[in-house]
Write a new protein. Structure first.
Length: 299
């Protein structure tokens, strides 16, 4: 006989109702439940570790990219300089070819200089247009200052510097400008320069600038303003279109387009990329007697 008030402990199994694989309801021991929960926690922990690793990898990639970016930008700039030099060499070479076809004649900036019997709106680019790929049979409109007279297939050709965005729609908007004074046919008193009618009149053609990177004036405060002289800092947008002529004191010359440098074509046919300091040295005051841009070295 056992005491009515006493009892022996019995083992109780706790179960949870679950649906098994064949769709019938069953019971799952609590030990199994704990095993599943333990695995779930491990999965969450693994996911957190994975996310941390991914974050670290992304951070490393970002740091490396920031370190490589200046080098990549420098490489792109150098590539554009080289491509621009190639274009300018062909553009300048067109003036030499024109001279060979016309008794060594040295083209001026405009058709009303050096007894060419043309008009002011007939820029030097007008006379060499056939060397740029334009048809000799078509006559571009030159009735106004900057008409849209470049055919579509030539608008992104050698007349356009690779660093600019705008297509060359006018012969006056070419990315490369000819030096106005002396070699370009104009004297300092704005009259025709009496010397240098032919290439052979240049004593040292490898030392005289003829054509270079140019930039069109900007409207600043309602006033058309050219890029500053050699002593100033060119902050005009690098992508801005060009102008067919450049003042020998630096106005309208682009230096910002190629990172404080400019590509220059010389009458002997070679092209150099000159830094701002080299341009300032070559165009030292007074600019009209400087070796690179002045009136010396002609006969």
């Amino acid at each position: 006989m056992t005491d009515a008030c006493s009892f022996a402990p019995t083992k109780v199994s706790v179960h949870k109702v679950f649906r098994n694989t064949n769709g019938k309801m069953g019971r799952q021991p609590i030990s199994k439940q704990r095993s599943v929960g333990s695995n779930y926690g491990t999965i969450i922990k693994d996911n957190r570790v994975y996310k941390r690793k991914v974050t670290v990898v992304i951070a490393i990639i970002a740091v490396l990219a920031s370190m490589l970016m200046p080098a990549l930008q420098s490489g792109v700039r150098k590539a554009k300089i080289i491509s621009c030099c190639s274009n300018l060499r062909q553009v300048g070479g067109a003036t030499i070819l024109y001279g060979l076809d016309h008794d060594d004649f040295l083209l001026p900036t405009n058709g009303n200089k050096r007894r060419m019997n043309g008009t002011y709106n007939m820029y030097w680019t007008y006379y060499v247009r056939s060397y740029f790929g334009m048809s000799e049979t078509e006559t571009p409109d030159v009735s106004t200052t900057y008409p849209e007279n470049v055919p579509f297939h030539c608008q992104r050709g050698i007349m356009k510097c690779p660093a600019t965005n705008s297509a060359v729609i006018s012969l006056g908007y070419i990315s490369y400008g000819m030096l106005q004074y002396f070699i370009g046919g104009k004297d300092t008193d704005e009259t025709d320069y009496k010397k240098c009618f032919q290439f052979r009149n240049i004593l040292r053609p490898s030392e005289k600038a003829y054509i270079m990177d140019s930039v069109f004036p900007m409207n600043i405060g309602g006033v058309e303003t050219a890029s500053p002289s050699w002593s100033g800092t060119d902050d005009f947008p690098a992508s801005r279109w060009g102008l067919y002529n450049v003042a020998n004191n630096g106005n309208n010359a682009s230096r910002n387009r190629h990172g404080n440098s400019s590509n220059v074509f010389f009458p002997d046919g070679h092209v150099e990329n000159l830094t701002v300091s080299q341009l300032r040295s070559g165009g030292r005051s007074p600019w009209y007697s400087s070796p690179l841009f002045g009136n010396t070295g002609y006969r």
